[in-house]
Design a protein around this ligand. Structure first.
Ligand code: GDP
Ligand code: IMO
Ligand code: MG
Length: 429
């Protein structure tokens, strides 16, 4: 049976949590393959709002086993805070499984995140400050601490000594911060060992056994395609691969086992943090999208930058991820807008580009070329089939489908779990 990946198609916050929650009741496992507590997913279940960061939104689906995959970076303090918060609200996290190979965020990673951002000055990335980049840096530099290391104190100590030898030089000499002692970091990690141990598994065997038995495994990507360290608007990206290929690596599920990859895409665009954004709005309309769409970061509370739908980006994202389906979210937010612009190409220094320009400089210079679609005024939040949507909303969706490189199989018309227009079944069709 299939492995299915949910992937953000823009710059994050497309509604991946809601999409997972929608499918959660029909899948057996929900795996977070990448990122860490830089993510923020809001899920509304029966009018009750949940904000998830490190945990996959699938934790709210009682019959799905939630798994934190090997590709994730885990802040143990944040993990247990989130678990305690959910359990206090009556949601058991007893089923949570954590890969022994996932990397751990150390307090010095958070310090490094903050000081490197400050050091960049005007060129700062606008990170979430959660230590995500520095933890992935250590992973790639082979200086990382993994979940399994916490259960072998002498190995843990050795690895921390190795990491701190370099880190303390940087902290003290370059960034003018205090040195960190090996003992304090060893103690920090060991203080979580007993609570962590029962959750730790070989997630590769767990998930592949499940697939062998005909179970459905859903991968819930954090971040999004244009925050991908390879495919995104580098260097204004996160430090993981939030694309479908990254989901394969980060869950340990081979690409041949994927039956579909579902792109989550908003009916407009938002971005948090720095970096280019061709369709960005700086006027009243941008403010309207922000207010109507509730576009404020779950994680850091920052107002999200807002702009129109960018079909050039959506088309390219469909290629990078091999999307089989798009889940178009937040169509309801566009209700009441008379003419809705959609970016269909870019003007780069006087030259029209129908496809993504090759270089970052060109993308920074890209000016959107818009096509305009007639809007609608009817409340669409109760629509459940395409026919329930006003004609102009149907035309808008159809146009996006034609431009964006794959079919639109579901349409969000409100934050609630049931506020979805289903066009094709996301698991079976
Ligand atoms: P994620 O990080 O991709 O899971 O997305 P976020 O949770 O950060 O941001 C999406 C926001 O939009 C959340 O507040 C959701 O509750 C909300 N949302 C999701 N789908 C819809 C929709 O179709 N309509 C409306 N109005 N809100 C939605
Ligand atoms: P979800 O899963 C939106 C952005 C940050 C910053 C850049 C790098 O909710 O869609 P990092 O802390 O990862 O090193 O920051 O990436 N960013 C997100 N933006 N949604 C997210 O997650 C994000 N995770 C990281 O704002 O620009
Ligand atoms: Mg989010």
């Amino acid at each position: 049976m299939p492995a299915i990946a949910i992937v953000g198609a823009q710059w994050g916050d497309e509604g991946k949590g809601k999409a997972t929650d929608l499918l959660g009741g029909r899948v057996d496992y929900v795996v977070k393959p990448n990122g860490g507590n830089n993510a923020g997913h809001t899920v509304v279940v029966n009018g009750e709002k949940f904000e998830l960061k490190l945990l996959p939104a699938g934790i709210l689906s009682p019959n799905a086993v939630p798994v934190i995959g090997n590709g994730v970076v885990i802040n143990l303090e944040a993990l247990f805070q989130e678990i305690d918060g959910l359990e206090a609200r009556g949601h058991s996290c007893a089923n949570l499984k954590i890969s022994a190979n996932a990397h751990l965020v150390a307090p010095y990673h958070q310090t490094m995140d903050k000081v490197t951002e400050r050091f960049l000055g005007k060129r700062a990335i606008g990170t979430t400050g959660r230590g995500i980049g520095p933890t992935y840096m250590d992973k790639v530099a082979r200086l990382g601490i993994r979940v399994q290391d916490v259960f072998d104190e002498s190995i843990l100590r050795q690895k921390i000594e190795g990491a701190l030898r370099q880190k303390n030089e940087l902290l003290v000499k370059l960034y003018n911060r205090r040195a960190v002692t090996v003992d304090e970091i060893v103690e920090y990690f060991l203080s979580y060992a007993d609570r962590l141990k029962p959750m730790v598994v070989d997630s590769v065997n767990l998930l592949n056994d499940a697939l062998d038995e005909g179970k459905v495994v859903l991968m819930e990507g954090g971040q999004a395609t244009y925050l991908d360290v390879d495919h995104g608007t580098y260097p204004f990206v996160t430090s993981s691969n939030p694309t479908a290929g990254g989901a394969s690596v980060g869950a340990g599920i081979g690409p041949t086992r994927f039956s579909r990859t579902i792109g989550i895409v908003k009916a407009y665009t938002t971005r948090v943090g720095s970096g280019p954004f061709p369709t960005e709005l700086f006027d009243e309309m941008g403010e309207q999208l922000r207010t109507t769409g509730g576009e404020f970061g779950v994680n850091t509370g920052r107002p999200r930058r807002t702009g129109w739908y960018d079909a050039v980006m959506a088309h390219y994202a469909a290629r990078i991820n091999g999307f089989t389906d798009y889940f178009l979210t937040k169509l309801d937010v566009l209700t009441g807008i008379e003419k809705i612009p959609v970016c269909v190409a870019y003007d780069v220094d006087g030259v029209r580009h129908d496809r993504m320009p090759m270089t970052q400089t060109e993308f920074h210079h890209a000016k959107p070329i818009f096509e305009y679609f007639d809007g609608w005024t009817e409340d669409i939040s109760g629509a459940r089939t395409l026919e329930d949507l006003p004609e102009n909303a149907q035309k808008y969706v159809q146009a996006l489908e034609e431009m964006s490189g794959c079919r639109i199989s579901a349409i969000g018309v409100g934050p609630g779990r049931d506020q979805v227009v289903q066009v094709h079944d996301l698991i079976e069709d």
